[in-house]
Design a protein around this ligand. Structure first.
Ligand code: ZN
Length: 472
């Protein structure tokens, strides 16, 4: 017995040591003072990129930034000459998950990706993320504490509690909120356990949504929603802080919609197919959301996957998948790209226009990846695709980067600390070989990602999870 206990204690000790070494394996640059010289800088504030800049990082923070000719490099600084390269702000994206859809048939099921996703997010330049709903809350909390302690590589986590879904819950892994008291009880419980955002889901009716919003706001916390039984306008009236999925989830345009009833996806799609983006009801909804300070999260990659005629995932993404997940993705992609009536493509174009309209009207547009759907969207890689698709929607590259960095920080209320490249802020930034201000696809050529001034080897992080996505 004693022997077994000793051996068990040995295994626990080994696991603890391995966890301690995990982060260091991927650190490529750590020094008290670092100077990034001759870099092109995109600052995250939507301003034009600036050439030949020097950024001085001291003790994890941006100490100085300015033209290379006029910026003092402290003696003893580790210097990186970045001529021809671009430095971008660490991305702050708001519809992230620590899980992926593993199966749609026979029933929808997600698997927690506690090993691969934190690494992929960080590797792809995301230094802060808000999750968009939890399936394994205790795993999410444990990941956050390990990443905060520096024993595990990953982005800074802002956690959204388990979904607030109404009755019936279509997904076995979600609890169905029974009534307004139940909604408030859950918000209080998860707030006390360290969750800082809440997400109302498809079937949640108005009264329960109101109770959740009131309870969250009493904690000084925010509420978002991927809703449907409640319209965008109704949710904005109730005081919701954020709506997910651009206008893809809006049921406001369904004619004859019954209160608190979720229309079928076919009916919602028909309403979008008939929608005239120049109709007064569209302008009126957008200006109401802006007036009520409701942010809108763009999550284009998860929808792109179901539109025919769109590109296959990159080789790097296909390599990240486990074999069954890759097979399932390729089969579904082939089905999507088979014979079709062209409706999905026409709705897609309209939804891009609406997101651009919201941004142009002064709305707080934020960005997310949402690795769900049929499993075609992967953490990190899909996040960079989101930035590319914002450009397809008509934003300039620097505006798209602002949406995916500074705007996310604003929603989280952390914009004084992160979200742009400015003196005094945390040194959360990443280096790409190329110029994303001219060709947004260059954003994928990531070499090093800095989080709090520590440089991580992006390709090494990506290589470390090959074959894992879908499994762990
Ligand atoms: Zn989601």
């Amino acid at each position: 017995m004693k022997n077994i206990l000793l051996r068990f204690a040995g295994l626990v000790g080994l696991a603890a040591r391995l966890v301690g070494q995990e982060t260091d394996t991927f650190v490529s640059l750590r020094a008290p003072v670092i100077a990034l010289t001759h870099a092109r800088v995109i600052d995250g504030r939507g301003t034009a990129s600036r050439d030949d800049q020097t950024i001085v990082i001291r003790d994890g923070r941006i100490a100085d930034i300015g033209p290379s000719a006029a910026t003092f490099i402290p003696p003893g600084a580790r210097t990186l000459d970045l001529a021809g390269k671009t430095v971008l702000p660490g991305l702050v994206m708001l519809h992230e998950h620590l899980f992926i859809s593993a199966r749609a048939v026979p029933s929808f099921h997600v698997n927690e990706m506690e090993f691969s996703f934190p690494r992929l997010y960080l590797a792809c330049g995301l230094t802060s993320i808000r999750t968009g709903g939890s399936i394994e809350p205790y795993t999410d909390l444990e990941l956050k504490s390990r990443i905060d302690a520096g024993t595990m590589p990953g982005p800074k986590l802002h956690l959204t509690a388990p979904y607030l879904e109404g009755v019936p819950s279509p997904i076995t892994q979600l609890h169905a909120v029974r009534n307004p008291d139940d909604a408030a009880r859950l918000v209080n419980f998860w707030a006390d356990n360290g969750f800082t955002s809440f997400k109302c889901y498809l079937h949640l009716p108005q009264e329960a949504m109101r109770a959740a919003i009131v309870a969250a706001h009493l904690h000084g916390l925010k509420v978002t929603g991927h809703i449907g039984a409640v319209t965008y306008r109704e949710a904005a009236e109730l005081g919701i802080d954020n709506l997910e999925h651009g206008f893809f989830a809006a049921t406001d345009f369904v004619r004859g919609k019954k209160e608190n009833e979720l229309p079928s996806p076919v009916i919602v799609a028909a309403s979008q197919d008939e929608l005239d983006v120049n109709a007064p009801e569209v302008a009126s909804l957008i200006s109401f959301l802006v007036e009520k300070h409701v942010a809108l999260t763009s999550t284009l990659p998860v929808f792109e996957a179901s539109v025919p005629g769109r590109p296959l995932l990159s080789a790097r993404e296909l390599e990240a998948f486990s074999a069954p997940s890759r097979d399932s993705y390729l089969r579904t992609w082939a089905r999507v790209n088979g014979p079709n009536d062209g409706r999905a493509a026409s709705i897609w174009k309209k939804m891009l226009i609406l997101e651009k309209m919201f941004f142009a009207a002064g709305g707080l547009l934020v960005a997310g990846t949402d690795p769900t759907g049929y499993g075609a969207t992967i953490a990190g890689h899909g996040s960079l695709r989101e930035v590319e698709l914002l450009v397809e929607a008509g934003l300039t590259p620097v505006q798209a980067i602002q949406v995916a960095s500074y705007n996310g920080a604003r929603w989280l209320g952390v914009e004084k600390a992160v979200g742009s490249i400015e003196a005094g802020k945390a040194a959360d930034l990443f280096i790409v070989a190329g110029d994303p201000s001219k060709d947004i696809a260059d954003i994928r050529k990531i070499e090093t990602v800095f989080k709090d001034g520590v440089g991580y080897d992006s390709p090494k992080l990506i290589d470390s999870v090959k074959g894992c996505v879908g499994i762990q």
